[in-house]
Design a protein around this ligand. Structure first.
Ligand SMILES: [Zn+2]
Length: 280
């Protein structure tokens, strides 16, 4: 006869595995789930695209052909192929995503795309191509790191690389480079390492779209680094941080200047190059 204790243990195991199964298949652990239910799988040359049953999307080539330009910019290859999930049902997307963002990239190498992103692309409000390239820039870098390392990678730099490499400034909600320079010259500036900290919320920014401005600001910093010191040095900086989280040490080693001093130089450059300053 099974003892009472054994019955309780079996019961607990049953409930815990059921709960975990639910989390992986239908909730927040979805992007790490080894089993996928409710999607049609399309294995392409560069990517694996999963389309939720009932979703209206079939332009797979448009997404798959974006991969070479992303690999070229970063001088890195996707291994394995990134997995892209296109949702048709908003509720199931919200249940499985950690954020309400249109697109979310995960260290598991997966990118999830909301139904409203597909709709906004069809309406011409956003460009699916730019956003997918942006997110896959994150996926590519995260593929080269452990989960802990990707958590420690400078978040501002990850966004700056994604914005700069996709020429995202000046598209949809993102201010153009000139508009961003003008806003920065007027005193709107988030110190990069304040991004995603409590200090970010306390920083006043007199801009139309706060997050899009921050992303464009980081894109401008990357643009300035590449223009001033070259792409080769930039790639060395980007790649060195994949394995070493001492940002300031790496920055000084590669650029020969303290990061704080570099930021001061950047802000002086911005003030001198604010093309809108005479327009009031
Ligand atoms: Zn991003």
């Amino acid at each position: 006869m099974i003892s009472k204790m054994k019955k309780i243990l079996i019961g607990i195991t049953f409930v815990v595995s059921g709960f975990l199964g639910y989390l992986f298949l239908f909730s927040k652990l979805f992007t790490f789930s080894p089993i996928i239910i409710g999607f049609n799988k399309h294995e392409l040359y560069n990517t694996i695209i999963y389309v939720q049953k009932g979703a209206d999307y079939n332009d797979f080539t448009r997404i798959d052909t974006l991969i070479p330009s992303i690999e070229n910019f970063h001088d890195l290859k996707f291994t394995p192929k990134p997995e892209i999930f296109i949702f048709g049902d908003s509720l199931s997307f919200i249940k499985r995503s950690f954020s309400k963002a249109r697109f979310s990239a995960y260290p598991s190498g997966r990118l999830i795309i909301s139904p409203w992103a597909i709709k906004e692309d069809q309406q011409g409000k956003i460009s699916l191509g730019i956003y997918v390239r942006h997110e896959l820039s994150h996926v590519l870098l995260m593929q080269k790191m452990s989960y802990l390392e990707s958590y420690q990678y400078p978040k501002w730099l990850m966004e700056g690389i994604a914005v700069y490499s996709t020429n995202q400034m000046g598209t949809s909600f993102y201010p153009s480079k000139d508009e961003t320079y003008h806003a920065m010259a007027q005193g709107n500036f988030l110190p990069p390492f304040d991004f995603k900290t409590n200090r970010e919320d306390k920083t006043k920014l007199n801009v139309k779209y706060r997050i899009a401005f921050m992303y464009s600001e980081f894109g401008c910093i990357v643009d300035y680094l590449v223009a001033s010191y070259g792409k080769t040095k930039f790639l060395l900086y980007m790649k060195s941080l994949l394995k070493d989280d001492d940002h300031d040490k790496i920055f000084k080693q590669i650029y020969g200047i303290d990061f704080d001093k570099f930021l001061m130089n950047f802000r002086q450059f911005v003030e001198k190059n604010d093309t809108f300053k005479t327009i009031k």
